[in-house]
Design a protein around this ligand. Structure first.
Ligand code: KDG
Ligand code: MG
Length: 412
């Protein structure tokens, strides 16, 4: 079964997506997600210029060998662009293999270990009232676990809160943290860690008072704290029993988590911007985290993320795969198959894609009572309508960035 065509499809229905489509000589097709938010075209070039020519003629069944070939023959290893490109090839090959077998992908990964995947959604609001409404809306949509982000007094616009500008730029689709705004330059937001650290515990206290002790609550620090600030936050949130506290410190220095861990029993999650098992090696071995946040899309595909999660399982560390709207329906489907099959599944992040996106990508997954299931269509269960995709050409869009009050650039 040989690859005879490899097409890179860029489409921007509600936001930009990059998809690789492989076709075999016996007519099977497979899809892989290669979307890297705000840097999409770098992966497009990597794929089109350097990977697609190498794929023509290879045996589509040789997934591990293709992975190792693309990873090692480049010499320049790792990094988000390389690993997103390899991920797209990997998932497309798994899609083809599962279609050839006539099975949904999770069957090839060992079969279902559970009946469905607990998923969390993103509630947010500038004020507690807005936040409570958003939590209720999510509960009405079936969510049984909810991420909570709020505005901070004195700060105009921060990560995780749908801003009006983002709302309008995205033509009415509310993306609580899809802030990649269409336009020539990134938007500037503001930040003050001391105000944030003072405010967040009061919000969680209010949410617990309103919604009770049962509801699993999550929060994302988005890499903005120093280790000691993160330790302080973890400690101050202990009374509110978080499911996890995410990305408290910048990802470049995973050792920082040792200090955070020494000070708090709040569970920690990290990894959405990691891309290989080597980013996790120390923090898994030292048990500095509780959840692995990587997406299939940014971590070399099913093949590599499964290795990370198998390693994590030896240390009782679970999956918490990244699933914001910049993970395309193809990337989400891959995550669902993997999550259904592995033993150490924890939770799946799930934001809903907009109607235009769902018209471009036909999907077989189900969402029932707060649980996801990838469906039983052979393959990953996603097909891409090329004509529909063609209606939405790429549009330049950037993630925002932060400046402190004195103008210093800060982690966003
Ligand atoms: O593209 C950036 C987003 O994927 C990121 O901001 C989302 O932090 C995120 C999350 O936890 O979903
Ligand atoms: Mg995050």
């Amino acid at each position: 079964m040989k690859i005879i065509a490899a097409d890179v499809i860029v489409t921007s229905p509600d936001r930009n997506f990059v998809t690789l489509k492989l076709t075999t000589d016996d007519g099977l097709t497979g899809l892989g997600d290669a979307t890297l938010n705000g840097r999409e075209l770098s992966v497009v070039a990597y794929l089109r210029e350097h990977v697609v020519p190498l794929l023509i003629g290879i045996d589509a069944h040789r997934i591990e060998d293709t992975w190792q070939f693309l990873y090692r023959s480049a010499y320049w290893r790792r990094g988000p662009v390389t690993m997103a490109a390899i991920a797209a090839v990997d998932v497309a090959l798994w899609d083809i293999k599962a279609k050839a077998a006539g099975m949904p992908l999770y069957q090839l990964l060992g079969g279902a270990s559970r009946t469905g995947l607990l998923a969390y959604g993103h509630a947010s609001g500038k004020s507690n009232e807005e936040l409570f409404d958003s939590v209720r809306e999510h509960q009405e949509q079936g969510y049984r676990a909810i991420r909570v982000q709020t505005g901070v007094p004195g700060l105009k616009s921060i990560y995780g809160i749908a801003s009006n500008a983002t709302f309008e730029a995205n033509t009415g689709v509310r993306y609580d943290h899809e802030p990649a705004q269409r336009g020539a330059r990134p938007a500037e937001e503001d930040w003050d860690t001391r105000s944030y650290l003072r405010h967040v515990p009061t919000v969680f206290e209010a949410v617990r008072n309103e919604f009770g002790p049962e509801l699993p609550l999550l929060h994302d620090g988005h890499h903005r704290m120093t280790p000691i600030q993160a330790a302080k936050l973890g400690k101050s949130l202990e009374p509110y029993d978080l499911f996890w506290l995410e990305d408290v410190t910048p990802a470049e220095n995973p050792e920082a988590l040792r200090l955070v861990r020494q000070h708090t029993t709040t569970p920690l999650a990290i990894g959405e911007i990691f891309n290989t098992v080597w980013d996790y090696q120390q923090i898994i071995r030292e048990q500095l985290i509780d959840y692995v946040r990587s997406a299939v899309t940014h971590t070399g595909g099913i093949t590599h993320l499964k290795k990370i999660l198998d390693y994590a399982s030896q240390y009782q560390i679970k999956s918490g795969m990244h699933g914001p709207t910049d993970i395309s329906p193809v990337g989400m489907a891959a995550a669902m198959h993997l999550g259904l099959a592995i033993h150490n599944f924890g939770i799946q992040e799930y934001m809903r894609h907009g109607d235009k996106t769902n018209a471009v990508f036909q999907q077989s997954f189900t969402w029932t009572d707060g649980m996801l299931h990838p469906g039983d269509t052979p393959g990953i269960g996603v097909e891409l309508d090329v004509d529909e995709a063609g209606r939405y050409p790429y549009e330049t869009a950037y993630l925002p960035y932060n400046r402190l009050a004195d103008g210093t650039v800060h982690d966003w």
